[in-house]
Each structure stands twice: as C-alpha cells, then as structure tokens.
Design a binder for this molecule. Structure first.
Ligand code: ADP
Ligand code: MG
Length: 348
C-alpha cells in the first residue's frame, strides 16, 4: 500500500469573500516606502509628501452584480463609476480620474456599448472625473466591468476604517435599505414578466426605491462639508454591503465596540412600506441590504455641534469599549448582537 497523500482542495465557499482575500494576501508586504496604506480599507493610499494618491478598484459581473433585463445600459455605466467614487470619498479624498476595462460577449452591439459609455461619461461630468484609459476584450458570456478610481487627499485628512475610539459618535449620510428593496421589486417584476410577458410591470409607485438601486449617487457633498467645516471624521467606510457588515469592519479595525439605536437608523417611508409587502423587517433591510452607497463615519464628540448642521446626516449610535461588543438597541428595549451577514457570492 502506498502512503502517498492526495492533495486536498479547499472549497472557497467555506472561506467567503473576506476569508479568501485574507488567505491570498496573508504574506503581502510593501516594498516601497510610499505605500502608506495597502490592502484593508476602501482604497489604497500612496504618497511620500503631504499630498497622497488614493486608489480603489471594483469589478461588476453580469448575472452576479447586474441583470440587463431591468438595468438600462446607461444606468449601468453610471452606477459602475459611482460605486468606485464612493470608495474614494470613503477615504475623505476627492476622486479625479478613472480607468474603465470591459470584457463583452458577441451579443453586445456598438450601440449598446455607446449607451453604456453615455452613462460613464454622464457620471464623469457629474463628479468632475477624467476617464484616462482602460482595456477592452472579449468574454465567452456576458459582460464584465472593472473600474479603477484614483483620487487625491492631504495625507493628514485621509480617514481610515481604523480610527474610531470610545465615545465617538456614529453617523450615516442617508437612508438605508432602499437599494435592496428596489432590487426585490425589480426581481419580482422580472418574475411576473417571465411568467406573463404581456403584463406591464408595476414600477410607478416604487420609483424612489428603484432609483436607489439603479442610479445610486456617491456622497460628494459630505466630503465637501467636512472640508468646509474643518471636520475630520475619526473613521469612515461606504455602505456597500450593509450597515452591519460596515460597522463590523470599523469596530474590528479600530478595536472598539459600538451600539446602534434602531429608532435612529434612517429608513425611507417607501422602504418601510416595501419591506412590509415583502414580509421583511425594515431594520433587517437596513442592516444587511447593501448598495446604499451612503457613508458610515464616526466623529469625536467635540465635533457634534458642527455635524448637527450637516445638510444630510443621521446620528445613529456611539462607539463603546471593545468588551461591550457590537449591539443593536431595539425600539422595544432589547439588545441584540450585530453580526455580519454580507453577501457571499461564493456560497451560492
Ligand atoms: P470594498 O467593499 O470597500 O470595495 P473589498 O471588501 O472589496 O472593499 O476589499 C477589501 C480590501 O481587500 C481592499 O483593500 C481591496 O483592495 C482588497 N482586495 C480585494 N480583493 C483583492 C485581491 N484579489 N487581491 C488583493 N487585494 C484585494
Ligand atoms: Mg468600500
């Protein structure tokens, strides 16, 4: 009998997205002294002087991140840019340039791609961004989009996920859960359409939610307000995977605990209604929905007065000691542990 052992293979679904990144980059070490921040935040930071460059990249895959049955190509182009800019703003930096890479199958026509680029250029105009390059190739099936965004910031104004401290106030720039509910509505209407192609989709009364899903905006106004009012948040992250997941990132990287007051979490009335229709708890949609592209940030108590005058901001909780854990204070007076339940594409 041979004692030769067979190689073992680990199923990626057992690791999840974050576990996989961690495993693949566990020996990652910077060779250049200007690598200020490598893997682990919304964007990397590079620079030796006062002024630093901030870089982030994101990939969108047809069938996983978008469905062209209900996503107009112009909106897709716009959203692809915006989700990248959101990561740059989450560093308290100003995005300036993007590169756009696409892989497309033969089902895409020139006209379809022109529509997609119309959306890209609309976002570039809106957010004052130069498109400076990219790559184009073919794909055996569907479309894959990869955008890299580059921004600028004064090094001492860059905000990481790791700076929150006990007593800091936890804030968010807008309502949560709407994009997820918008997606539920689009998916429902798609199923209705597939079953009864003659039936017109019922989308009129869901305009706000659908717009939050198909045409999100990045929080440029928040960064401009911080600069004007001379506020530097102690930590910040953009809400792409849901409030719970992002709060966990801040707490883990800052080595602190936190609590959120359920009653203070901003949820749009249309989200409340839609959640009810889908028999979902609105707070669950806010905690785990994702794609809101709001900014979750913490500020020192001394900045509270300045924050009160911010045009769009909600104070939703506080940073506590690590030993206090990460909690949700419900409106009913209970306390729940907040756990991650982000989207795990690999587990599907
Ligand atoms: P976000 O949700 O803000 O886009 P991610 O969760 O995608 O951030 O990524 C977390 C961190 O891991 C980032 O610093 C990102 O650059 C890094 N990262 C993600 N995938 C890889 C990869 N395949 N190789 C190296 N670094 C990666
Ligand atoms: Mg991010």
């Amino acid at each position: 009998m041979s004692n030769q052992s067979f190689p073992t293979f680990t199923d990626i679904s057992t690791l999840g997205e974050f576990g996989l990144i961690k495993e693949l980059t566990k020996n990652n070490a910077s060779k250049h002294h200007n690598t200020v921040k490598s893997i682990g935040d919304d964007a990397a930071v590079i620079g030796t002087d006062d002024e630093a460059m901030v870089i982030s990249t994101d990939m969108l895959v047809e069938g996983i991140h978008f469905d062209l049955m209900y996503t107009p190509l112009k909106h897709l182009g716009y959203k692809s840019v915006v989700v990248n800019l959101s990561d740059i703003y989450a560093m308290n930096a100003v995005p300036t340039h993007i590169t756009v890479s696409v892989a497309i199958s033969s089902k895409y026509s020139l006209e379809a791609m022109q529509e997609f680029y119309d959306g890209i250029y609309t976002a570039c105009k809106m957010y004052n961004i130069d498109l400076v390059g990219g790559d184009t190739t073919s794909s055996p099936k569907g479309m894959i989009i990869s955008i890299t965004a580059i921004g600028q910031a004064k090094k001492d104004k860059i905000v990481y996920r790791s700076g929150a401290k006990k007593g800091d106030i936890l804030c968010v720039t807008g309502d949560l859960g709407a994009a997820y509910l918008g997606l539920q509505i689009l998916e429902r209407e798609k199923q209705v359409y597939l079953a009864h192609p003659g039936v017109q989709p019922e989308l009129d009364k869901s305009q706000y939610l659908i717009e939050r899903q198909l045409k999100p905006e990045a929080q440029r106004g928040a960064i401009e307000y911080f600069k004007r009012e001379k506020i530097v948040p102690t930590s910040m992250i953009d809400v792409s995977d849901g409030l719970a997941s992002e709060l966990l990132h801040i707490c883990n990287q800052s080595d602190v605990g936190a609590f959120i007051e359920e009653g203070k979490v901003p949820i749009h009335p249309d989200s409340e209604l839609a959640a009810l229709e889908f028999k979902l708890d609105p707070i669950t949609c806010a905690l785990h929905g994702g794609e809101d592209y709001e900014l979750l940030f913490t500020i020192d108590e001394k900045d509270l007065e300045k924050i009160r005058f911010m045009p769009e901001v909600y104070i939703i909780g506080e940073i506590t000691d690590k030993t206090d854990g990460i909690k949700l204070h419900t409106t009913g007076g209970n306390m729940h542990n907040i756990t991650a339940q982000g989207w795990n594409h690999f587990a599907e």
